[in-house]
Design a protein. Structure first.
Length: 299
C-alpha cells in the first residue's frame, strides 16, 4: 500500500517554520543574555566610574522637580489674587506630596527593602500573568526538563533550576523566555504530521509575528542605556567628557534649586520647603542602593 502523497507546499512550510523557530530562539536568547548578564555587568562598571556623580544628579533632579512644582502651584494662586496663608502652603505641599507619592515609593524600595522584596515589587508592577497561565507554562517546561525525564546533564539542570526559581517568583516573563529558548512550546512531530496546508500557513504567520515582536524588543533594549554606551565606557576620553557633563548638570541643578528656594521663600514669607533638610543617614543608604535599584534597572 503506497504512502499518502504530501502536499508539495507542506514541505516548504515545514522548512520555513523550522527556520523561524531557530531565529526566534536565537533572538530571545540574545535578549535574555543582554538583560540578565550584560546589563548587571555594564551597570556595575558605570557605577564604578560615575556612581557618585549619578547619585547626586538624580537626588538633585528629584528635589528640584518637587520644589519647582510647589513654587508653580503657589505662583498660580498668587497670580489669581489669593493670599498665601500657612493653610494654603500646607495644602499645596500636600498636593505635591501626593503627586510624587509613586516615585517616592519606588525610591523607598532602594532605601528600605531587601533584595528579594525589591525584586518582588518590580515584578508586581510588570507581571500580569494569571495563575492558570503560570501553571500551564511551568508544567510544559517541567515535562521537557525534569531530571527524571532528561537526566542530569549540567546544562539541563541549570535550566531546570531557572524554571523552579521563575515559578516560585511568579515571573511569567522569565517562564515565557525559557519556553522559547528551550523550544518547549513547540508542537511534537506526531501532531504536526497531521497538519494540512492551512494549518502550516497559520503556524508560519504566528511564528513570523512572534519573531517580529521579539526582534523589536531586542532592538529597543540595544538602543537603551547601558547598552547604547557600552563601547564608550571603555574609552578614557569619553569617560572624561561624560564626567564633565555630569558635573555641569549637577551645578545647573543646584542653581535651579537655589532659585526655587528663593522664590518659595518669597511666596510663603520665608518658609522652608519640605525636604530641604535631609537625613545624612538616609542619604548614605541612597548612595549605597541607588545604582543597582533605580538607574539602569529601570525601576
Amino acid at each position: 500500500m503506497s504512502s499518502p502523497v504530501t502536499h508539495p507546499e507542506i514541505d516548504r512550510l515545514r522548512l520555513r517554520c523550522a527556520d523561524l523557530r531557530l531565529r526566534l530562539r536565537e533572538t530571545v536568547e540574545e535578549w535574555h543574555h543582554l538583560v540578565v548578564e550584560e546589563r548587571p555587568r555594564l551597570t556595575s562598571h558605570y557605577d564604578r566610574l560615575f556612581g557618585d556623580l549619578e547619585r547626586e544628579r538624580q537626588r538633585l533632579a528629584l528635589k528640584g522637580a518637587e520644589l519647582f512644582r510647589r513654587v508653580e502651584l503657589l505662583t498660580i494662586k498668587a497670580a489669581r489674587g489669593e493670599t498665601i496663608t500657612p493653610e494654603i502652603v500646607e495644602l499645596v505641599n500636600m498636593v505635591v506630596d501626593k503627586e510624587y507619592a509613586r516615585l517616592r515609593q519606588r525610591l523607598r524600595e532602594a532605601f528600605d527593602m531587601d533584595a528579594s522584596q525589591r525584586d518582588q515589587a518590580a515584578r508586581d508592577r510588570q507581571n500580569t500573568v494569571a495563575d492558570n497561565e503560570l501553571t500551564t507554562m511551568y508544567r510544559t517546561l517541567a515535562k521537557r526538563l525534569h531530571p527524571d525525564t532528561v537526566g542530569e546533564s549540567e546544562e539541563l539542570l541549570a535550566a531546570w533550576h531557572r524554571v523552579q526559581q521563575a515559578y516560585r517568583d511568579r515571573d511569567g516573563g522569565r517562564l515565557r523566555t525559557l519556553l522559547t529558548v528551550l523550544g518547549a512550546d513547540e508542537q511534537p512531530d506526531q501532531t504536526t504530521g497531521q497538519w494540512d496546508v492551512e494549518r502550516w500557513q497559520r503556524e508560519e504567520r504566528e511564528l513570523s509575528a512572534r519573531l517580529r515582536m521579539e526582534q523589536r524588543k531586542l532592538s529597543v533594549v540595544k538602543a537603551e542605556e547601558p547598552f547604547s554606551i557600552a563601547a564608550d565606557l571603555e574609552q578614557e576620553q569619553w569617560q572624561q567628557r561624560h564626567r564633565a557633563d555630569l558635573e555641569a548638570d549637577i551645578r545647573s541643578k543646584q542653581t535651579e534649586i537655589e532659585e526655587h528656594q528663593r522664590r518659595y521663600a518669597e511666596l510663603t514669607g520665608g518658609a522652608v520647603p519640605p525636604g530641604t533638610v535631609t537625613d545624612p543617614n538616609r542619604d548614605a543608604d541612597f548612595d549605597q542602593e541607588f545604582m543597582e535599584n533605580t538607574y539602569f534597572a529601570g525601576r
